[in-house]
Ligand binder design. Structure first.
Ligand code: ATP
Ligand code: MG
Length: 341
């Protein structure tokens, strides 16, 4: 078995806490100006009503809700969902999206497995899972030396979250795989029902490297769904047609059930017109595939991995944490609706 590691929606919504279509406090009572007492105490007011409501109190309440497992009921998928998080463009938020969605789902009762398929090992870092050279990792799984369960470790974030880490050994795998039998299906072969049943995840996320090489192809062959994070920046759509062509190739030759199920806009900066332009362009192009939740650019999100954490545990009351939790909820609810229809 796996190892213990060391220690309400509105259209086109930027998730809670951004300067755009919704306010950070729309879901909370009261105003949020620093140190403000909302109303003078009167005899009619309950102690709760007359309490001082400050931004810190507000953030603390948000944090409690993010971390409290019963604050949000996420539907469990009837079938296990395997999602590949891919975009060959570097630095668009693949890893950040993988680990934070995974943590959002896991903190609210679902069991999640993250497979780090990037030799950089960033997802392993953010989940607090050891990935020094020599650690049992996805490399040994790909070459058939270890089973999935033998390489999986429990994340420090929550016991519901497992991670198969990537070590630097994976850097050579792209070349080693070339000469191997069934080189495109090595990961799929490791993700047998038996191996997955042993770990029993509701969700499996595969974090891809920034390339369309054999590792990404392995991820696409092993999954049913592709989740594409798109950064709200210049050249956001550049390279996407190549990614979509590759997905079609995998569909027609190797994995007919593969489909692009989800697009997530990341690093939205409400101060720029460009972010809105990219958002509407992507929505115009991909329609309902794009989650309504948009992830804002936030310093807390980028700081979290430095502490071996996701933003959901690093700063659960922050805008970044709330927005990733919103996105996780949307992903879970969409999956449940699709199964019913
Ligand atoms: N919402 C955000 N706000 C601020 N910084 C962010 C946000 N999302 C990601 N970042 C930062 O942007 C950088 C790139 O993000 P990330 O590593 O998730 O992208 P990636 O697509 O996985 O990159 P690569 O292609 O190298 O694997 C990281 O430093 C990350 O901390
Ligand atoms: Mg990455």
């Amino acid at each position: 078995m796996y190892r213990e590691s060391q220690p309400e929606t509105a259209p086109a919504r930027v998730s809670r806490g951004t300067a755009s279509t919704s306010t950070p406090t729309e879901h909370l009572r009261g105003a949020s100006r620093a140190g403000e007492v909302l109303r003078p105490t009167t005899q009619q007011q309950t102690p709760e009503e007359s309490a001082v409501w400050t931004p810190i109190a507000e953030e603390a309440e948000r944090a409690t809700r993010v971390l409290h497992p019963h604050s949000l009921r996420l539907p469990r998928p009837t079938r296990r969902r395997v999602l590949t998080v891919a975009n060959q463009k570097g630095g668009v938020g693949k890893t950040t999206t993988t680990v934070n969605l995974a943590a959002g789902l896991a903190l609210h009762g679902l069991k999640v497995l993250v497979i780090d398929l990037d030799p950089q090992g960033n997802a392993s870092t953010a989940l607090g899972v050891d990935h020094r050279s020599g650690t049992p990792s996805v490399y040994e799984v790909l070459i058939g030396e270890l089973s999935l369960g033998e390489a999986a470790a429990v994340s420090t974030q929550t016991p519901n979250l497992l991670c198969v880490p990537a070590t630097i050994d994976l850097a050579g795998a792209e070349i080693e795989l070339v000469s191997m039998v069934a080189r495109e299906s090595r990961l799929k072969e490791a993700l047998t029902s038996e191996a997955l049943d042993q770990l029993n995840p509701d969700y499996v996320f595969i974090d891809c490297p920034p390339s369309l090489g054999l590792l990404t192809v392995n991820a696409m062959v092993a999954a049913q769904e592709v989740l594409i994070p798109i950064q709200c920046e210049y050249y956001a759509l550049e390279g996407l047609s190549q990614l979509l062509r590759n997905i079609e190739l995998v569909q027609s030759h190797l994995n007919p059930v593969l489909n692009v199920s989800t697009i997530l806009l990341t690093m939205y900066d409400g101060r720029t017109k460009l972010a809105d332009q990219v958002t509407s362009e992507v929505r115009g192009h991909f329609g309902d595939l794009v989650l309504r939740t948009v992830i804002p650019r936030s310093v807390k999100v980028s700081e979290a991995p430095g502490y071996g954490q996701t933003v959901l545990t690093y700063d659960p009351g922050s805008r970044g944490a709330m927005s990733y939790l919103d996105a996780a909820r949307e992903l879970a609810e969409r999956g449940a609706q699709e199964e019913m229809s």
